[in-house]
Design a protein around this ligand. Structure first.
Ligand SMILES: C[S@@+](CC[C@H](N)C(=O)[O-])C[C@H]1O[C@@H](n2cnc3c(N)ncnc32)[C@H](O)[C@@H]1O
Length: 205
């Protein structure tokens, strides 16, 4: 396993972990996944949350009865999440994209929420097969892409729906739907940040 300094995408998160964690926890999960709920598996399907941040989504899915694995490479964020969300249904792991070291199980739902833009092209090319490999047969990948200005001190890259679909299809995933999504956080609204959400299905059994 590795710590924050070895994962370039986590640059700028650790020193503001407390503030960011609170901010992420204020996002309304029901609204965040409003369009996607009809596609999501019923509990107790195993869920993998990659780049879990404050643990908001991990805790929410665990409370609904899903066993959840939450991966977060930024130690201060992960520790804040573990201290706040004491749900026994969440297993926390210090790992990161693209390698996803330490993960061997398969999941009915994989969440990659506002994380993909932290990976450069080479990392995205390596990350998609690693993510696809974690999907159970007929498993669902929910990935949201952040577009817009890069906050000071962060490492982010331009990501597109087209490239993401092409990478996923190369891994045998089928695109199910995609849509544009407005940000909930006021800072993001002011900065002109917006999101694309994409759903992919792994081949069935
Ligand atoms: C904008 S936050 C989103 C957090 C959470 N998914 C949410 O929706 O609130 C981006 C997260 O990605 C994590 N991250 C950055 N690089 C990563 C990588 N290479 N692998 C996994 N997570 C990464 C950061 O530490 C941070 O928690």
């Amino acid at each position: 396993m590795h710590g924050e300094t070895k994962v370039p995408g986590t640059q700028g998160y650790g020193e503001h972990a407390a503030t960011l964690s609170e901010r992420y926890d204020r996002v309304d999960v029901l609204a965040l996944y409003a369009e996607a709920w009809p596609y999501f598996p019923a509990p107790p399907a195993p869920v993998l949350d990659l780049g879990a941040g404050s643990g908001r989504d991990a805790a929410f899915f665990a409370q609904r009865g899903h066993p959840v694995t939450a991966v977060e490479p930024c130690a201060p964020l992960r520790q804040a999440a573990q201290a706040k969300h004491l749900d026994p249904g969440v297993d926390w792991l210090d790992s990161s994209l693209p390698a996803l070291e330490g993960l061997t199980a398969h999941y009915a739902l994989v969440l990659v929420a506002a994380v993909w833009m932290h990976l450069d092209l080479k990392e995205r090319q390596a990350a998609m097969p690693a993510v696809a490999a974690r999907l159970a047969p007929a498993g669902l990948l929910h990935i949201s892409l952040r577009h817009g200005p890069i906050p000071l001190g962060r490492r982010m890259f331009a990501v597109t729906t087209e490239e993401t679909v092409a990478l996923a299809e190369r891994c045998g995933l089928t695109p199910i739907a995609n849509w544009a999504q407005a940000p909930q956080q006021r800072g993001n609204q002011k900065a002109g940040v917006h999101f694309s959400t994409l759903l992919f299905r792994q081949a069935g059994p």
